[in-house]
Ligand binder design. Structure first.
Ligand code: TYM
Length: 331
């Protein structure tokens, strides 16, 4: 079985960044790569590496699962599951800790950023986070892992760990390849376009959450930061604000940057932002409608149960092989 796998952390409600960089991309990949099985999961074990509200986490696990389906993923070649329900993730994570180096983990930029935000005591699990992520992927021998730009470094580590394990214990894991969407792999904050749009950002005005009221979403787009020269022209270094909006426009409509520039050649920011607000509102509006139909349905639980069963069957086999390879079997 050829597998494409990815995960989303249920720490907060996913954003437009998650939608464009991950969810929407999964949907097009699923259409393009028909001979692959898609394994997507709610990365809940990752969500507890930072302080969290227990009840909120429970809700968010379900919400993220429903958002996968609301985005338009077809259930035909899909296994959707909750990470913590397949305990082999944690088990393989532990085994991979034994071949990971402190030095390589210290270099992870996401760890460094998150550690800075901790007021007191950095959890060891935050440090080990990329190892668990490697386990998520290697457990299934995934060939491709579609993610946004911010996860590329973790994917590089995953590849290193797979190769290291294979060298030490014999061929066991497929070395996965990262797939990054061509447009929108890093959607930026609407108020600070030099920062990634992030569900845990301090300024909520800069971040569009997929389940917030459509009017709020429109307002956020219309009041996004742009530079003073009022031309619709893509230049990431000189005009990061408008370039980010052009990227969002392009990702949602399929129009190229050049086509968008041409379309708005004689227009100012006002008109462009109004149009973009409508485009985003329309797409997220449809997503929300589907979401509300799914979120309390039994169908969602059935899909998650089936996904768990399919994931577990593969994971169990793999973990047995790994235990055997490292010598964790009675002599
Ligand atoms: P998470 O939950 O932070 O993000 C989920 C996916 O969304 C992408 N993404 C973005 N893409 C474009 N612009 C943005 N502003 C933006 N913000 C986030 C992320 O790159 C990601 O693809 N560690 C992972 C979850 C995970 C995982 C895995 C992913 C756990 N195990 C195994 C793949 C394979 C994470 O925190 O993603």
């Amino acid at each position: 079985m050829k597998i494409i796998l990815s995960g989303i952390k249920p720490s907060g409600i996913p954003t437009l960044g998650n939608y464009i960089g991950a969810l929407k991309n999964f949907v097009s990949l699923q259409e393009e790569m028909k001979d692959f099985e898609f394994f997507v999961f709610v990365a809940d074990l990752h969500a507890i590496t930072v302080p969290h509200d227990v009840e909120e986490l429970r809700q968010n696990i379900r919400s993220v699962a429903a958002l996968y389906l609301a985005s338009g993923l077809s259930v035909d070649n899909l296994s959707l599951f909750v990470q913590s329900e397949v305990h082999e993730h944690a088990e393989l994570g532990y085994i991979l800790q034994t071949i990971s180096y402190m030095g390589e983990l210290e270099r992870m930029t996401q760890y460094k950023d998150k550690a800075k935000q901790q007021k007191s005591g950095i959890p060891a699990a935050l440090f080990n986070y990329p190892i668990l992520m490697a386990a998520d992927i290697l457990l299934y021998d995934a060939q491709y892992v579609p993610v946004g730009e911010d996860q590329k470094q973790h994917l590089e580590l995953t590849r290193n760990l797979a190769e290291r394990f294979n060298n030490r214990y014999g061929e066991t894991f497929v070395v996965p390849e990262v797939l990054v969407t061509k447009t929108g792999a890093k959607i930026m904050d609407l108020q600070d376009p030099l920062k990634k749009m992030d569900k845990s950002a301090n300024n909520e005005k800069g971040c569009i959450f997929l389940l917030e009221p459509i009017d709020t979403i429109k307002k956020k787009i219309k009041s996004s930061i742009t530079d003073s020269e009022s031309k619709i022209k893509y230049s990431k270094s000189r005009k990061p604000g408008i370039s980010n909006l052009i990227t969002i426009y392009s990702a949602l409509t399929g129009l190229t940057y050049t086509a968008i520039e041409k379309k708005y050649e004689n227009a100012g920011y006002g008109l462009f932002k109004n149009d973009l607000a409508d485009i985003v509102a329309n797409e997220i509006g449809i997503l929300q409608e589907k979401y509300h139909k799914i979120i309390n349905s039994k169908m969602l639980d059935d899909i998650l149960d089936m996904g768990k069963a399919k994931a577990q069957a593969i994971a169990q086999k793999k973990i047995r092989e790994v235990y055997n390879k490292v010598g964790l079997t009675r002599g």
